[in-house]
Design a binder for this molecule. Sequence first.
Ligand SMILES: Cc1cc2nc3c(=O)[nH]c(=O)nc-3n(C[C@H](O)[C@H](O)[C@H](O)COP(=O)(O)OP(=O)(O)OC[C@H]3O[C@@H](n4cnc5c(N)ncnc54)[C@H](O)[C@@H]3O)c2cc1C
Length: 438
Amino acid sequence: MSQPKVIIVGGGFAGLAAAKALRKTPAKVDLIDRTNHHLFQPLLYQVATSVLTPSQIATPIRSILRNQMNTTVILGEVSGVDKDQKCVIVSDADRKNVPIAYDYLILATGASHSYFGHNEFAEHAPGLKSLADAEAARNKILQAFETAEAEEDVARHRDLLTFILVGAGPTGVEMAGALAIFVRSTLKSDFRRVNPASARIVLVDMAPRVLGPFSESLSKAARQRLEKLGVEVRLGHSVDQIDGDGIVVGGERIASKTVIWTAGVAPSPAGKWLNAETDRAGRVRIEKDLTVPGHPEIFVVGDTASLDQNGKPLGGVAQVAMQQGRYAGKLIHNRIVGNPPPGPFSYFDKGSLAVVGKGFAVLQSGKVQISGFLAWLTWAAVHLQFLATSSLRLAVFLQWVWTYVTGQRGDRLIVNHHGTELAKPAADANVKPAFAGR
Ligand SMILES: Cc1cc2nc3c(=O)[nH]c(=O)nc-3n(C[C@H](O)[C@H](O)[C@H](O)COP(=O)(O)OP(=O)(O)OC[C@H]3O[C@@H](n4cnc5c(N)ncnc54)[C@H](O)[C@@H]3O)c2cc1C
C-alpha cells in the first residue's frame, strides 16, 4: 500500500516544527517554501542594524532536514488550495500552477506587512519581514550616513540623519535601541564632516505606550531606557502621511529620508485559498485540534491561524507557531500509525522578552517581571537556543561577544543588488530606488 502524502506549506517556525514531528512517520512529506531558507525573524533587526550578517540568522531548509529521509523540500510558491481535489497549486521557476496532491495538508504560511490600508506608505517606509527587507533597511541606514558625509550643505545633515521607526512594538523598540547604539558608538569615529552621534532616532506609535503586550511597569522601563539612549519616543498619534521627505504625525511633519515600518502584520492569504472563516485580521479560524472546520485533513498553524485560549486570541509569536506545528505533526503521525489522538491543543506560554540596546532587556513570564542586565542575559540565551543549527548558535554567540566587547559590528556593507544609484541616469525619475523594488 502506498504511503500517505503530507504537504507542509511554509518552512518557518510552524512548518519546520511540523516537519520535524513527522520525521518517524511512515508518510511522504513535502515541505514547500518560496524561499530556500528558514529565517529567524526575531533577529532581523540585528541584520538591519549591521550587528549580524544575513547568513547568521537563516539556514537552508534543505540542510536542516537533510537527514530526514521521508521529507522532500521544494522551492516553490503556493497560490491556492483545491479542497475537493485535495491538492495545492504550486509554481516554481520552471512551471506554473502545478497541482500537487495531499492526504494531509499543513498551511504554515505566516504573515507579511500591513500598512493598515495605506499601501502607499510602502514605497517610502519599507517593512522588516524578510532577509531582503533587513538588507534593504541596512543599505538605507548606511547610505544615509554616506550621503550626509558627501553633502556640503550642513543644513541638510539633520534631515539626512533623522531615522524614523513607525511602530513601538517589540520590533520597533529593539530596532530603535540597536540603532541608537550603532550611531552613538560603532560609527562615532568613522566620519569627518558629520557627527553620527548627532543622528536623530524617532520612534512613533499611535498606542499610548511602547511594548503594548508587556506590563505597564516594563513598558515604562523600556521607554526610559530608550530615552536614555537618545531615542525620541512619540506616542498617541497615528501617522497621517509618509512620503519621500518624511512623515506627518499628529499634524507635525518630521523630515527624514529613512523611515522603517514595524507597525503591523497581515496574515498570508491562506483563508482565501481555503474559503474558510477568518478573524477580523484575516487569520483562519481553526478548531482546538488546529484543523479547519469540516476538514480534518487540513491544518492551519502559526501566524496565519486564529485560535482563542482562555477567551483570548493566541498571539503571533514564534512559540505559538512552534508548539502548533509540533502538535499538528504529532496528530497526523498518530492518525497514520493508528495511535489515539493527543488532547486539544493547549499553548504553554514561556514568557516574553524584548531587548533595548546593549545589556538591557525586559522579561515577563507569569508573575515574574524583570528588566535590566539579567533579563538581557536571558534574552541572549533564549535566542541562541532557538536558532536553527549549532553552527548558527556558535557564530551568533561569537559575534555578540565581539560586538559587546569592541562595539564593532558584523556587516556594514552597502550591497546594492540593482547597481549603484550613481550609475543611474540623473533624469530618470521613473527608476525606483534599489530598496523599494525588491
Ligand atoms: C521583525 C520580527 C521580529 C519578531 N520578533 C519576535 C520575537 O522576538 N519573539 C517572538 O516570539 N516572535 C517574534 N516575531 C514573530 C515570529 O517571527 C512569528 O510569530 C513566527 O515567525 C511565525 O511563524 P510561522 O511559521 O507562522 O511563519 P513564518 O516564520 O513567517 O514562516 C512562514 C513561511 O512560509 C513561507 N511562505 C509564505 N507564503 C508562502 C507561499 N505562498 N508559498 C510558499 N511558501 C510560503 C515563507 O517563505 C516562510 O518561510 C517577530 C517577527 C518579525 C517579523
